[in-house]
Design a protein around this ligand. Structure first.
Ligand code: AHR
Length: 611
């Protein structure tokens, strides 16, 4: 029986309780949410990103074309450009199967070019079957300048190619093709942005993850070797796109920063979600585990964080508020939360640095909620040390991450029941049941009821990762999958959507009595020659009507290792554990002290007991 206590008011559930975590992993940005159709548009791909890369990756050359990194470059943050010889052309193959265009839709082409004498660029869109739009011509002359053309697709294709040909020697950079139609006109791919917006997220955590705190903590202009991977630093990602230096992404590819901090803030605003940026804390994480000892660098990162808050919230008269206004958004973005660090393995070193960030932020912006973290694991000594440090210092909120088995999620529904009500609040910044099946989604939903029951402690929660391009996957499971023309939500997406679109106001305390019984689907199945799964049950036993144990599960995870006692004949058939001769009516009961395993048991009785 379930008893609902209508008299007692339970915890208030914040509207921002459930959100999304966007990280540029699985090509979530370039070739994903960022609508750019040209891959490696600025010829910056390099072996520093991925051993298989060259500046001409995803470009095919006809004639003479050289990638050059010299004084003739577009600017110091956009090093490599293309020298294309007279009578030559380059063709870009886009992402996945190619460039996707839709009949009747408009596409904006642009290029930065430099030519000593006037010449014509011929720009065409085609696939193997022929042209996809009327050819355009652009006249180029003089120093670096931006040239534009617009296409209207005459046919749909998912395998388009963009070709730029020249009759004259020319230098090219930032060869771009963007669909005219983007989400709210802000440069994001419509179907993906709409799927994320349909979740109705309360917040957007960005830009990572491991992406934030791996690599050098130097910014582009300070790095001794500009090619090396740098931690994600927001100032690298704002301003005109041709001045945003690309970076080597920890997930093994080059990231353009076309989707940068301004775009993240704008996307959050467009969805009515709270922006929640994560900044590096000068401890390199995700396997590197080194604390950077450099006071000047630490101070610079702290100043960058203060500047970020000013960029988001400052008046247009402030230095960084003015830059936001120049990018098109004079109104503040209303930043209220900021996270310092991600999955920090070195709790003491991290906390020392976190404290300096916190002191500086609180002094200037006392209303901002500053989020710390608890390391990479959901338990253990690092986790305990981190939590103790955070608790002792009375930190606002602590980020926890875990990727566990579905059984873990079922078993840990009560995880937060015992959390200290007077300690820091919890931000569950990353979690997922390992798998993308319905069962995983179901266990996440079950777990989320525990988050919600503890909404006085758990203030924010986001499934991770959000996006995956099916042809460039570094991490599974993921919430939304896509290729260059389609996108689809996983079962977990549906669960997240259900919860996010139906956030309650308050928890209504309830109690349940009685032992959950499995007499429904399971006992019906056994003895009636139908299949049933016991995936949702722990420690399954099959007993005869007289109580004789016929089958006990040691949950070793392998059907052939199941053991049974009692009557009947049992065999493993087609990977299922099957009872072929039932001597007595069977029932399945679930025992206490569950030990969950990621395992489906199918039981089939092929002969009725006669009772
Ligand atoms: O979500 C994928 C990765 O998982 C994140 O980058 C990191 O924070 C975690 O380990």
């Amino acid at each position: 029986a379930i008893t609902v206590d209508r008299a007692t008011k339970g915890a208030r559930i914040d509207d921002t309780m459930y959100g999304v975590f966007f990280e540029d992993i699985n090509r979530a940005a370039d070739g994903g949410l960022y609508a750019e159709l040209v891959q490696n548009r600025s010829f910056e791909y390099s072996t520093a990103d991925n051993r298989s890369y060259t500046p001409l990756t995803s470009w095919a050359v006809s004639g003479t074309a050289t990638a050059q990194d010299d004084e003739g470059r577009l600017n110091t943050r956009n090093r490599t450009y293309l020298s294309l010889g007279a009578g030559s052309s380059v063709t870009n193959s886009g992402y996945n199967t190619g460039i996707r265009v839709e009949s009747g839709k408009k596409y904006d082409f642009s290029v930065w070019a430099r030519a000593d004498r006037a010449g014509a660029l011929t720009v065409s869109l085609a696939d193997a079957e022929g042209t996809l739009a009327e050819v355009r011509q652009v006249t180029v002359k003089g120093g670096w300048a931006k040239y534009r053309a617009r296409f209207t697709a005459t046919r749909s294709s998912t395998a388009g190619r963009l070709t730029v040909a020249t009759d004259n020697s020319v230098a090219l950079d930032m060869i771009s093709l963007l669909p005219r139609d983007t989400y709210k006109g802000h440069g994001l791919r419509e179907d993906l942005a709409e799927k994320i917006a349909a979740l109705d997220p309360g917040f957007v955590r960005f830009p990572g993850g491991c992406l934030v705190n791996t690599g050098s903590m130097q910014d582009y202009s300070e790095a001794s070797n500009w090619e090396r991977r740098r931690s994600y630093q927001w100032k690298d990602t704002v301003g005109p796109v041709e001045q945003r230096a690309t970076n080597s992404n920890v997930w093994g590819y080059n990231q353009s920063y076309g989707l940068g901090y301004y775009e993240y803030f704008q996307f959050s605003e467009d969805m009515g979600a709270m922006p929640l940026p994560v900044v590096p804390a000068l401890v390199t994480g995700c396997g590197q585990n080194q604390a950077v000892v450099d006071e000047a660098l630490l101070k610079r990162h702290i100043q960058d964080t203060l500047d970020l808050i000013e960029f988001a919230n400052g008046p247009v008269t402030s230095e960084w508020g003015r830059k936001r206004a120049q990018m098109g958004h004079p109104e503040p973005f209303r930043l209220t939360h900021i996270e310092v660090g991600n999955e920090e393995n070195l709790p003491n070193e991290f906390f020392a640095r976190f404290t300096e960030f916190r002191t500086a932020i609180e002094a200037r912006y006392p209303d901002i909620t500053i989020i710390s973290n608890s390391g990479p694991d959901d338990s253990g000594s690092t986790f305990d040390t981190a939590w103790k440090l955070n608790r002792d210092a009375n930190v606002d909120m602590v980020d926890e991450h875990y990727y566990n088995s579905p059984q873990w999620f079922l078993q840990n529904n009560d995880r937060y029941d015992s959390y200290d009500r007077s300690g820091p609040k919890v931000f569950l910044g990353e979690y997922a049941s390992q798998g993308n099946t319905f069962k995983n989604a179901l266990t996440e939903a079950a777990f989320m009821t525990g988050l919600e029951r503890n909404a006085d402690v758990v203030k924010l929660a986001s499934y991770a990762p959000l996006l995956a391009n099916e042809d460039y996957v570094q991490w599974r499971p993921d919430m939304i999958w896509f290729n260059n023309h389609a996108s689809w939500g996983s079962a977990s997406y549906e669960v997240q959507k259900l919860f996010m679109n139906n956030v309650g106001d308050r928890v209504v305390p309830t109690t349940a009595t009685g032992t959950p019984s499995v007499s429904g689907p399971i006992s019906g199945a056994v003895g009636l020659s139908t299949w049933a799964t016991t995936a949702a049950y722990d420690d399954v036993k099959v007993t005869g009507a007289d109580g004789t144990a016929l089958l006990t599960d040691d949950f070793s995870g392998d059907a052939s290792r199941w053991t049974h006692t009692g009557g009947g004949s049992w065999a493993v058939q087609d990977g299922q554990y099957v009872q072929t001769d039932v001597a007595a009516e069977n029932t399945m009961v679930s025992a206490g002290d569950p030990a969950w395993h990621d395992y489906d048991l199918h039981v089939k009785a092929t002969k009725q007991s006669g009772r």
